[in-house]
Structure formats: C-alpha cells, structure tokens
Write a protein that binds this ligand. Structure first.
Ligand code: MN
Length: 290
C-alpha cells in the first residue's frame, strides 16, 4: 500500500517552523507522512528530536526529510575544504535522522542547491566530485539505516541530476542498497520528454515520489496528466511513498527560494490550506485506487 504524505511548507513560509503543529495537522487531515527540510534537525537537542518522534508515533505519522543543500556545503564543489565540510555536514544530518528512527532523506542532497552562473561545457567533473563525496556519505547512511534518495530536479535548481536517466546513472555509480531515486512531477514536467517513460525507467529504483503541478500548485489544479502519472506508478507496481510538495504561498524564505512570486490560491488562510490539503489527498488516493 502506498503511503501518502505532504511537505510541511505547503503551509509554512519559512523552512524551520513548529514541527509538532504540522505532525498533528497532517495526521488530522489523514496523511501518513509529514516531510520537512532536514537542516533544522542539526539545531535540535536530542530531547527535542525524541519528543517529535514520540508525537509522530502517537499520531501515526512517518517523518521523512528533504534537503535543498546549502551551497556552503556543496559536495560537488571544486574546493576540497567545501567538499569535506559538506560530507561532514550531511553525515551529521544522517545521524540526526537515525536518532528519530528515520529512514529517508531526499532532495537536492548531492550538490549545493542552485544552478551554475558560469559556463559549463562538460559537467562530468562536477558529477564525479559529487559521486566521490557520496560514496563516503553513503557508508554513514548504511550504518544508520537511512536511505539516501537523490532527486532529479529542473535546470534552474542544479546541473548535476536533471533527469531520471541521470539519477539512475548516479545511483549505479554509488552502488549501495541505501541509495535510491526520487522523481517529482513538477521537475519531470520541465525536463523529461515523457513523464511516463521517466517513471518506467526508474522502475524498482524509484524510492520515493513527489507530486506537484506544473506551477507547483497542488495536484489537480494545473495541467499535468494525472491519469498518466498515477497510471504509470501502478503499471510499475510502485507501492512506495507519495509525498505532495505544493508551494502555493508567496513570501518568506520559501517564496524566495522556490521563486513563488504570486499566490497560487485565491484564499491562503490556514483553513483554506487545510481544506486544499484534504482535497489533494483524496484526489491522489482516488487515482491510486482506480
Ligand atoms: Mn520535490
């Protein structure tokens, strides 16, 4: 059975927020998973981590984590000191996740989040440095029982992994049971000639899945072909996590980093957002149960 989740910043305009509030909210709406940025875990005491984990258990919520890796910790950097710092930083994040019995870290977790502002005629050296760094990080992930999931994202957010084919080539080079691929409908809509073929290509390496519309509104509000998307997930026998990641709100750190320059909903009050979350959950469950 697929588990359905939502990303906390559907509601919150800053990356760090009152996680406990959203654990309760996700559960009340009927989600199985709450996902949020992993960086704030580094600022939490062990007591805080354990209290969030206990609350999530009480609510029947699995916590999963995503990263838009701070370029200061870019593990694909040509600067060895930045790379080493990044490896250490990501290993520390993986250990924080283990403290909460977490099993999944995804996102732009293999390079600094953002695309180059210099000419790139050949990106192989950038990818090679990321792979070399990841081979060290993955040992920690294996020790911690965490699956490190690389997310193919669009050209404006990285040059390292833009397509399912690139994600697969990357994880094959890491060669670990603790590395997987995450595909996201919003990014695939920009980079893939066929979203269905990209999902088929990922096949059994597809470890988690993000949903969002062409403009990052919630599934069902834009022009993506959800019959094809969910139909292909069923065709490949995908029983994993489906985490919706809409960013409908202008403003805050999230608006700045995701480039949301207009509100995507007519009403973005908390009550309206709650109703929209419930609607998208019902929409996704209906498609997957067809
Ligand atoms: Mn995503």
């Amino acid at each position: 059975m697929n588990k359905f989740g939502i990303f906390m910043n559907f509601w919150e305009k800053n990356w760090a927020a009152d996680h406990a509030k959203y654990i309760r909210k996700a559960a009340a709406i009927g989600f199985d998973i709450l996902e949020f940025q992993a960086q704030p875990l580094l600022d939490m005491t062990d007591k805080h981590l354990k209290s969030l984990k206990a609350l999530a258990d009480d609510c029947g919520i699995e916590l999963t984590y995503s990263l838009g890796l701070d370029p200061a910790y870019d593990i694909s950097s040509a600067d060895e000191s930045v790379r080493k710092g990044g490896i250490d930083y990501l290993q520390r994040i993986v250990r924080q996740i283990q403290k909460m019995d977490g099993v999944l870290l995804s996102g732009v977790s293999y390079a600094g989040w953002g695309s180059p502002n210099y000419i790139v005629n050949d990106k192989s050296a950038i990818v090679d440095r990321s792979v070399a760094s990841m081979k060290e990080i993955i040992k920690t992930a294996e020790d911690c029982g965490v699956t490190y999931c690389v997310e193919a994202v669009n050209r404006f957010e990285t040059c390292v992994i833009n397509t399912a084919a690139e994600a697969l080539a990357y994880v094959e080079r890491i060669d670990s049971p603790n590395i997987g691929v995450l595909l996201d409908t919003y990014h695939m809509n920009i980079e893939e000639p066929s979203i269905a073929d990209a999902i088929r290509l990922a096949g059994k390496r597809l470890t988690s899945f993000h949903t969002g519309e062409n403009n990052r509104s919630a599934p069902g509000r834009g022009h993506l072909n959800w019959a094809e998307i969910f139909g292909t997930l069923k065709e490949i026998g995908y029983t994993g996590r489906i985490v919706s990641e809409p960013f409908p709100n202008m403003g805050g750190e999230v608006g700045r980093d995701i480039k949301v320059w207009h509100d995507l909903l007519e009403d973005n009050s908390e009550a309206a957002l709650d109703a929209e979350a419930a609607r998208l959950l019902a929409f996704e469950k209906e498609w997957m149960s067809k």
